[in-house]
Design a protein around this ligand. Structure first.
Ligand code: C2O
Length: 521
């Protein structure tokens, strides 16, 4: 079906008429894969508040490894039903392609750059929780089963569950032909192994874990790594070998139109936010992030969720299981409301010990009186500094007052020190993974995650219609063991280590930054 035939068909569709022309998103169907020609948000009028069905049973979302045969069949039937809905009615908002497109029009990959961006900041956690909820309700309704719950991919049960879950490899509706990871591939330990997950789950500050005000472009530790690198790994576990573009519709042609690459090169849904939700394993990946958010809130030392009204009262719009345009607030889905309204809990992985779930963060031993200090600027220029593809080292002398404060943190004082990298800028078609170390001038791509590791900066490209540069700031909360290292040094050394998911050197990097500095929170 070419685009004109498709538009003709839309003209006859009752749903198309119902939603209105403005809301229509056109799809070119090529080679079995669908191209988001325009994933700008729909505008079907004023959204009403979602009605939660609080009489439903509260049931567990389980690890994809813990499903009974019946639950596997049910998961498969639900996704089959959702895919089937897209065939006669590509514009049904509950159908597979439109469900995937919800993610596209929320990740500024849509054609209007002023679109909402729910990545790179504090909307990341709650938006994806809401998305999973409506997705789950739609799947349940399509198979007439209100007890249907999603499954999660606990890649942090390491390494036994650090591969694509078998049901997403063997059950047709759960497979995506534009996924690079095969059954035998294992996510590298640097991404979801216990050392990195220990650092991420031990983060105490709210912004440090879940991201800050989107105006600051500050993604949290969970979004930076594991989230982003798991996307890139699922798409292509062994990058740097071929010349694959990061997605099926990348790069764009000279006139700015996305080009379908699916016939000529391997291409990759999960590696691009605009197409990521065209791989069913996306929803299992995000269910695990959602589960770990709950674990983090309960972890000793965690400062928990934001309490400001701007965050709590924010509304996200979705289509519900009846195709109605509804909104959900952040406060609707937090803490006890998760059970009250969304009607699920997370059953911990049964077949293996989830390391991150049992590793409590360090408890604050004493409340210190850290002295006020000026930020310690490691490097700052009027022009952006290029990171390059090899380890990039910068250093600055550490004044005594900083060392005294760092000693306090090292002995269990409040987590007040943050290493900032501001103005990180990438062209819209480039991914990045950069590990950051302090007091380790010779850090390289093989340096293990230990006291000198402070965190990872990552970006997953938005999509072929996202034309503006990606600009982010990074802020890494220093842990006591890291402060102990720094307190002994008169020089603060910061090493940025660019890498691919498989640990190789990136073939190129256009990443630049403006400023590196250490400050009290
Ligand atoms: Cu909305 Cu995993 O991306």
């Amino acid at each position: 079906m070419d685009r004109r035939q498709f538009v003709n068909q839309l003209g006859q569709g009752s749903l198309g008429a119902l939603i209105g022309l403005k809301a229509m998103r056109l799809w070119a169907q090529t080679s079995g894969h669908e191209l988001p020609v325009d994933c700008s948000p729909p505008a079907p009028g004023t959204a009403k508040h979602i009605s939660f069905n609080t009489s439903l049973a509260i049931l567990p979302r389980k690890s994809a490894w813990d499903l009974s045969n019946g639950e596997i069949t049910r998961l498969q039937s639900a996704y089959q039903a959702m895919r089937d809905l897209s065939t006669p009615n590509p514009n049904d908002p509950r159908g597979w392609m439109q469900q995937a497109n919800v993610h596209c029009f929320n990740c500024s990959g849509g054609y209007d750059p002023s679109n909402v961006e729910i990545h790179g900041g504090w909307w990341f956690m709650p938006w994806h929780r809401c998305y999973l909820h409506v997705h789950e309700r739609i799947l349940g309704k399509l198979i007439g089963d209100p007890t249907f719950r999603l499954a999660y991919w606990d890649w942090d049960t390491y390494p036994s569950h650090a591969s694509v879950p078998p049901v997403f490899i063997s059950q047709a509706p759960l497979v995506d032909q534009y996924r690079g990871a095969q059954a035998s591939d294992v996510i590298p330990a640097e991404i979801t192994g216990p050392d990195n997950m220990g650092v991420v789950m031990g983060t105490q500050g709210t912004a440090a874990f879940m991201g800050g005000d989107p105006a600051q472009g500050l993604a949290g530790a969970m979004e930076q790594d594991p989230h982003g690198p798991v996307h890139l790994w699922t798409a292509e576990p062994n990058p740097g070998v071929g010349t694959e573009p990061p997605g099926c519709f990348w790069p764009t042609s000279p006139n700015g139109q996305p080009v379908d690459q699916s016939q000529t090169v391997g291409c990759l849904d999960m590696g691009v936010l605009a197409t990521a939700a065209q791989d069913p394993v996306f929803f299992a990946h995000h269910s695990n992030i959602d589960r770990l958010w709950d674990v983090w809130v309960q972890t000793p030392g965690s400062q928990g969720n934001y309490k400001n009204a701007a965050w709590l009262n924010h509304r996200f719009n979705f289509y519900d299981e009846n195709g109605d345009w509804v909104y959900i607030t952040v406060a609707d889905v937090l803490a006890q409301q998760e059970q009250n309204n969304l009607r699920y809990t997370y059953q911990p992985p049964q077949s293996a010990t989830a390391l991150t779930a049992t590793k409590p963060g360090p408890v604050q031993a004493k409340q210190g009186k850290a002295r006020a200090v000026k930020p310690l600027v490691v490097t700052s220029g009027t022009k952006p500094t290029a990171v390059g593809t090899k380890p990039h080292v910068r250093s600055a002398a550490v004044p005594l007052v900083h060392r005294q404060n760092l000693k306090l943190l090292a002995s269990g004082g409040p987590r007040q020190y943050v290493l900032h990298i501001d103005g990180l800028t990438l062209p819209p078609n480039e991914n990045a993974i950069v590990k950051v170390f302090v007091d380790e001038p010779n850090a390289n791509r093989d340096t293990p995650i230990g006291p000198s590791f402070v965190g990872t900066f990552s970006v997953v490209v938005s999509g072929s219609q996202h034309k503006h540069a990606t600009v982010r700031n990074a802020a890494f909360e220093l842990r006591p063991e890291t402060a102990a290292l720094l307190a002994q040094q008169k020089t603060l050394t910061v090493t940025l280590v660019p890498r691919l998911v498989n640990g190789k050197e990136p073939p190129k990097s256009s990443l630049t930054y403006r400023r590196i500095y250490l400050s009290r929170r």
